[in-house]
Write a protein that binds this ligand. Structure first.
Ligand code: AQP
Length: 321
């Protein structure tokens, strides 16, 4: 089984990225042949600062390795080190109906939020299809927001296979219900471009302030809160605290007598402790950037060999020399 997942270097990684994609991907790395990449081509649809892209790319590499990606198990690489994926994007684009892309929620949501669209943003799902199909991937661990894009990939692969004969493996998305949509500090989906994130790593005081600013309803601390399920701090606490501790805070909130400041302080404590080992590992990796670069270069060489094989298969299928 081949597992594929990617993450954009478009900003600092956050709890949504970690629980929605990185953690499941890391857990799966021993269960098949895992291909994980830093989607720097994709980041070009929304980030136009080359220096920032270079910095974020390195930071994503550090974050992923610090959180447990094992380069002896997973093939870890930069998307742009495998330029074959751009050629496959073109081949796939020619069998992709416009309507399929026009229906994509992610594109429509970004426009609705005032992001000015470019062709790359519109074609984003075709590049993502090429990323997945070029490695004959079977399984794609993603958050809920990417489910439709994996469905688009399946449709494009089926269309190509119908048009030119069996060429591509049809992949399946893997979405964990409990972390499908991690909320941000405002209750919307946590997202780099929405400015509502809690980063995995960063300055302690800045992160504490972010957690203390999580949106709450207005109530007095003594008031019982029956709908604790919808409380953002409890939802996030369930991800980072031992289950019995999260349950204890949830019960106290339901019963009344737990103030929001105390709840958020406790959340910060659990969160800080949860990532403590990864923070330590990250500092070690940051002092050894040659090693990180070597991991990405070796990963790219392995990924490229597989990509070349599948691209050649696709070129032959559609009558290119
Ligand atoms: N809030 C989230 N809950 C669960 N999963 C999430 N993912 C992102 N946000 C959440 C998952 O993280 C993976 C990598 O995402 P990405 O950075 O490549 O792009 P994204 O999904 O668009 O993430 P952002 O933060 O929302 O980035 P911007 O704002 O730059 O577009 C994906 O598997 C995604 O599902």
């Amino acid at each position: 089984m081949r597992i594929l997942s990617g993450i954009q270097p478009s900003g600092a990684l956050h709890l949504g990225n970690y629980f929605g994609m990185m953690k499941p991907a890391i857990e799966l790395q021993s269960q098949g042949e895992a291909y994980y990449f830093i989607a720097d081509y994709h980041s070009m649809t929304s980030l136009f600062d080359p220096e920032a892209r270079r910095r974020y790319t390195l930071e994503v590499a550090l974050d992923f390795l610090a959180c447990g990606l094992d380069p002896r198990r997973a093939v870890f690489f930069r998307q742009s080190d495998v330029p074959e994926v751009c050629e496959l994007t073109w081949l796939l684009g020619t069998v992709t109906p416009m309507g399929l892309l026009e229906r994509c929620h992610s594109y429509k949501d970004k426009i609705a939020k005032g992001i000015s669209p470019n062709f790359g943003l519109f074609a984003y799902p075709v590049l993502m299809a090429a990323d997945i199909l070029i490695y004959d991937s079977n399984l794609v661990p993603v958050g809920q927001d990417q489910k439709q894009h994996v469905e688009v990939t399946r449709d494009i692969a089926a269309k190509f296979n119908d048009t030119y004969g069996p060429t591509f493996v049809i992949p399946e998305p893997l979405i964990r219900a409990e972390v499908a949509k991690v909320p941000g500090i405002d209750g919307e989906k946590m997202s780099k471009s929405y400015g509502n994130t809690i980063e995995i790593f960063g300055d302690e005081n800045v992160l504490r302030k972010k957690i203390m600013s999580i949106k709450m309803d207005s109530r007095t601390p003594e008031e019982p809160k029956p709908d604790a399920d919808r409380n953002l701090a409890i939802q996030l606490m369930k991800l980072v605290a031992p289950p019995e501790e999260a349950q204890r805070y949830e019960e106290r909130l339901r019963a009344g007598g737990l103030g929001y400041a105390e709840l958020k302080r406790a959340l910060f404590g659990f969160y800080w402790e949860y990532f403590a080992p990864a923070r330590k590992k990250r500092a070690e990796l940051a002092a050894n950037l040659d090693y990180v670069e070597q991991v990405l270069r070796e990963g790219a060489a392995r990924a490229r060999a597989k990509a070349r094989e599948v691209l050649d298969r696709a070129r032959r299928a559609c009558g290119l020399s």
